[in-house]
Design a protein around this ligand. Structure first.
Ligand SMILES: [Zn+2]
Length: 172
């Protein structure tokens, strides 16, 4: 559970921030897409299995052109919140999600080589082609099975510039 410790007043909408993990030293770039409060500390999002804590760089991001992998957003009434999140949101807190979920649940979780949302978009169709080739070039899926992917995200990173690693992780 992320501590709802406060840091950002209303003025940070549109601003980028960097969170760095004290365990794996991975980092993520975030952007506030709504006005609200963001935590100083969050669970590590750089690596799926890391149990470390990430700390805010207090919005000291010199290169505001950096692509954000995650965004802080204010949930709408349609969003399904967990009990801890409801309290946080009622206090003015924003929630964190990966940028560009693409409907496929692909989340960029790269730290050493952050994969930009645009790059992922460009890759999407290529990846589906490659996946399908691996599966023999043909696949039929029940709609129900596709609908039942809400609890997992697909994380990936680029290794040594020549290999993509993909992994399913439970949303947390
Ligand atoms: Zn970490």
């Amino acid at each position: 559970m992320e501590k709802p410790k406060q840091e950002a007043p209303e003025a940070f909408k549109g601003k980028k921030n960097i969170y760095v993990c004290d365990a794996c030293h991975g980092h993520i770039v975030t952007i506030d897409v709504d006005a609200g409060v963001t935590p100083f500390m969050i669970n590590c999002r750089a690596h799926p299995r890391c149990k470390g804590t990430m700390r805010s760089s207090m919005y000291r991001v010199f290169d505001q052109d950096m692509a954000a992998s995650h965004e802080w957003y204010r949930p709408t009434p349609d969003d399904c919140l967990r009990p801890g999140e409801i309290e946080h949101v009622l206090k003015g807190g924003l929630l964190l999600r990966t940028v560009n979920q693409m409907g496929l649940g692909i989340a960029a979780a790269a730290s050493d080589a952050p994969v930009h949302a645009q790059l992922i978009n460009d890759l999407k169709e290529q990846l589906l082609i490659v996946f399908l080739r691996r599966l023999g070039g043909k696949l039929s899926l029940p709609v129900a099975e596709v609908d039942d992917t809400g609890s997992e995200t697909l994380s990936f990173n680029l290794e040594n510039g020549d290999t993509f690693n993909f992994e399913l992780c439970k949303k947390h």
